[in-house]
Design a protein around this ligand. Structure first.
Ligand code: NDP
Length: 372
């Protein structure tokens, strides 16, 4: 069992975990810099005030390096609610018609798009034109071409584009990555990623191909895809995939219910993953190497993430993922910090290329090559 001292020692010794060290108070629960912070602050507007946008807004109350200052919504009552709930000035509130006027607002640095998946691209393209930094929720788009268009547009506009990959800052996840990078697990041979839940309301946008771009793969399978890459530490070179659909009424054409998929990596390592909208209790990563292993259950939920390795329990404190993510996004956007695992648009494009190939492999029944 690891102790707090082991934890601090590991953090001190580990370059990847260093940013997290100063961020815990004495209870090790809340993410809050120990000293008074007087550095640059990222001023963020959230666009699409739904369930996840609200979670990010709540988490940002504990941020020091990032501040929620604006909102974009198609629902006027949400804008007035957010003004009183989060202290957002009316002059920083916009709707989908007036969004482009953010260009003239010097009090907003970045816009974080938390709408249904297919709206990320058109909104991010507009954000890029305002000259503000762009943050997209995952999946960053509904296919690789759209994702690449977003990267190109942000590059052309001279703004940065980040994707809300919150697990890239999670301490237990970072510790497993540190162990793997340090060679403590030996040569990596195998990864398993299981992601799924039983989805309810058949009328929700997540089951609408136009808005979701697909089904469970777009929503949660992407965690296994992205996780396979940061756990194994390589990009896959081929994929095979098989789809099972038990309810054709709820999961219409183009909306996947359950897909199993397999990756091959350049080193010879392999991965076997499952993404489902029809099974509960699926949130598990397993990484196996010649000398060691790591198991995380749950592995990608809001936490606490739990895990153990061949060395024992991963006894790292729980942090609110969205708080840490926004602190780190601030450092990346305003101070040019390099995150331990990339969160930029190019990283998002890779996952979208893999999703395209998974859908192609389901159709072809063959091994699809990947060139990331
Ligand atoms: P919600 O349905 O709760 O919220 C989406 C919001 O988008 C709506 O409330 C609405 O806000 C706005 N919107 C604009 N156009 C539409 C439309 N045509 N249909 C529906 N909503 C619309 O979704 P979530 O918050 O759960 O998901 C939003 C995004 O966040 C998705 O891309 C999802 O994948 C991602 N997500 C990421 C998570 C993570 O852990 N990283 C977890 C959960 C979701 P308004 O009324 O203000 O316009």
């Amino acid at each position: 069992m690891n102790t707090r001292r082991d934890f601090l020692h590991k953090l001190t010794a580990s370059a990847i975990a260093l940013p997290v060290l100063s961020a815990f108070n004495s209870q090790e629960k809340k993410y809050a810099p120990a000293k008074k912070y007087d550095g640059p602050v990222l001023r963020v507007a959230i666009c699409g005030l739904g369930s996840y946008g609200t979670r990010v807004a709540d988490a940002m109350r504990d941020c020091k390096q990032a501040k929620l200052v604006g909102a974009v919504s198609g629902t006027p009552s949400k804008l007035t609610d957010w003004q009183s709930k989060y202290g957002i000035p009316a002059k920083n509130c916009y709707n989908y018609e007036t969004l482009d006027e953010i260009k003239n607002n010097p009090d907003i640095d970045a816009v974080y798009v938390t709408t249904p998946n297919s709206l990320h691209k058109p909104l991010i393209l507009r954000v890029a034109k305002t000259g503000k930094h762009a943050i997209s929720e995952k999946p960053m788009a509904v296919n690789a071409k759209d994702a690449q268009d977003m990267v190109d547009a942000c590059k052309k506009a001279g703004v940065k584009l980040l994707v809300g990959y919150r697990m890239h800052f999670e301490p237990k996840t970072l510790e497993v990555i540190r162990m793997r990078k340090a060679g403590e697990m030996g040569k990596i041979l195998f990864f398993q990623g299981l992601t799924g839940f039983r989805i309810g309301d058949p009328t929700q946008w997540r089951l609408n191909k136009q808005l979701a771009g697909g089904g469970s793969m777009m929503d949660i399978g992407i965690y296994a895809i992205n996780g396979a890459r940061y756990m194994v530490g390589e990009d896959p070179i081929w994929v095979t995939a098989q789809e099972t659909k038990t309810d054709h009424e709820k999961f219409k054409e183009g909306v996947d219910e359950t897909i199993t998929f397999q990756f091959g990596f350049p080193s010879g390592a392999q991965a076997s993953c499952l993404s489902s909208y029809n099974m509960n209790n699926l949130d598990k990563f397993f990484l196996n190497g010649e000398k060691g292993w790591a198991e995380m259950v749950p592995s990608t939920g809001y936490g606490p993430i739990k895990g153990r390795t061949n060395k024992g329990e991963l006894d790292f404190p729980h942090v609110t993922h969205q708080t840490v993510q926004m602190e780190e996004f601030s450092a990346i956007l305003l101070q040019g910090k390099q995150p331990p695992v990339p969160v930029d648009g190019e990283e998002g494009v890779k996952d979208m290329k893999i999703i395209d190939a998974i859908y192609a492999a389901v159709k072809s029944g063959k091994k699809e090559k990947l060139n990331l």
